[in-house]
Structure formats: C-alpha cells, structure tokens
Design a protein around this ligand. Structure first.
Ligand SMILES: [Zn+2]
Length: 286
C-alpha cells in the first residue's frame, strides 16, 4: 500500500486539479497512414508462412516489407507478448514507450508501431483487428496494450521472495531470439524489449492508477493483422498467463497455442514505399 499524503493541500488545490488536460502529442501533426490504401490490397493475398507457437514458449519469423502478418487465436483465449526487430539491423527494435505516447495506451486499427532511436519510424501498420469493437470497458480496460512491459523472472523473483520461474515471456523471448540468431543467451537477453501485449485486456485502476489485467475478450477466430513497413523479424511469446484472468509467471493458468501467418499481397498499396529512417540529423546541437 502507498502511504497516505503527509502534505496539506494548498488553498487552491481544487482549482489546480480542475485544469483540463492537453493531449501531449497532437494527432493532427502525426503523419497517419492512408488505411484505405492498405485495406484495398488485403483481399488478394497469398499465404507464404504459417507457424504455431505452443503455450509458455516463443517463436520467431520474418515478414518482408510490404507483406501482411496475422496473429491468430486458434484454440482458446490467450494473450501474447510481441517483439519486433528490423530484420537487417537488430539494433532497431520496437519502441513501446514512444508508440504509447503517440497512439495511446492501447493500439488498434490504423495505428503504427514505431522503432527505437535513432531510427524512429513506423515498423508496422495495424490493418485489421477483430477486437476493434471492444474499445474501452467500464473499468477503463482495453486490448492490445503497450503499457505492460512483459512478464519476467526478475519481477517474479522479487514479488515471490526468491521464486525461480523460467517460462515468463521475457525468458521465452530470450530463448527464441538466441536460437534464431545464434547469440549466447546472455547477449540475446539484451535485445529483448518492452512488448506489444497482443489480445491482453488491461488498464489502470481509476482510484490508484495501478496496472490491471482481466480476462481477454479474444475468442477462437480472432486475429490482429499488421502490414510490414520495413523487413521485420518477429519474436512472440505465448504468455504463461493464458487469457490473463488469474495469474502469470506460473504454470497455473490454462494456456493455448497461437498461430502466426505471413501473407503476400498481389499488389502493394498505392504510393507505398518502405518507411525511411527518421529525418533528424543527430547533431544534437553541436
Ligand atoms: Zn507474459
């Protein structure tokens, strides 16, 4: 529990709290993708790869720029932790924090997933989401969050007073990334980054601001689809939390596999080209 305040409120406390918020990054100035152009090419597509990732494990796959990728619920409600890399430069990774600052706490149709500095550009554009009907529920919960980092054995060790659990998403991602790249485990671990929590339903409690999760509304047949703006390496863990209705960081929750599909469209979206590197000159004032 957090301690109660020890500072008396000032006389104008109510007035200070009544100031209306401003959105930090006005969406009017954020270049947005022309979603209609992407969706115009997604009906004529050819499946080029499909993998099924078992529960409490992670898998890797590649998505060439200009291809669609779908993450599918195939057997039962289940959430996943997604990492994305530039296939040609693994130092360029998905930047959960900036994606959150630009799009909000949860991502969906038409949002773009941004990469880390100094590259900072759209890596992927979300082109279909069968859970887009969900919006925000009465608790402030929504799906596909970019707030929840990833479940990991270090936090588990801290909270369980010494517990050792090896199938948190962080470890699953580390093993899969190491296997794909041939990097030693300790080096591979440093590439694992904060995730897009696919299908996970989360929010912050209104009274205490604490991160919460609840049973995912995802059902068999649902999927999240994105279009690759650059060549991508995907790495995704099928979370030991299952649908996150009870707990994670254990083997208790019922878990289900998830499928990943890569689809090549017959034509590219009109006027589309791979996303260029960020235009900042990196002189930092010197
Ligand atoms: Zn997890």
């Amino acid at each position: 529990m957090k301690p109660a305040p020890i500072t008396a409120a000032p006389l104008d406390a109510a007035a200070r709290k009544a100031i209306a918020p401003l959105v930090c990054y006005p969406v009017e100035t954020l270049p947005r993708p022309d979603l209609a152009r992407y969706r115009a090419v997604r009906d004529d597509v050819t499946l080029v790869e499909r993998l099924v990732i078992p529960p409490r494990e992670a898998g890797t796959w590649t998505v060439p720029a200009g291809h669609f990728c779908r993450i599918l619920c195939i057997e039962g409600p289940q959430v996943a932790d997604l990492n994305l890399f530039n296939l040609n430069n693994l130092e360029e990774r998905f930047y959960s924090g900036k994606t959150r600052a630009l799009n909000g706490t949860h991502v969906g149709l038409g949002d773009q997933l941004f990469s880390s500095f100094p590259h900072m550009r759209p890596m992927a554009t979300i082109t279909h989401d069968t859970l887009d009907w969900y919006g925000f529920d009465d608790f402030g919960g929504a799906v596909h969050d970019v707030i929840g980092t990833r479940c990991d054995p270090y936090t588990h060790n801290l909270l369980s007073h010494g517990g050792q659990y090896h199938h948190c998403c962080h470890s699953n991602l580390t093993r899969a990334f190491a296997a794909h790249t041939g990097k030693p485990l300790a080096e591979a671990e440093r590439y694992i980054h904060d995730v897009l929590n696919v299908f996970m339903c989360t929010g912050f409690t209104r009274d205490t601001g604490q991160y919460f999760m609840k049973a995912s509304p995802v059902r068999v047949g649902d999927y999240l689809e994105f279009f690759a703006e650059i060549d991508l390496l995907g790495c995704m863990s099928v979370c030991p939390g299952g649908d996150c209705s009870s707990e994670h960081s254990s083997d208790v929750a019922a878990c289900h596999p998830l499928a990943v599909e890569v689809w090549r469209p017959a034509a590219l979206p009109e006027g589309w080209a791979p996303a260029p590197e960020n235009g900042y000159d990196r002189s930092h004032g010197l």
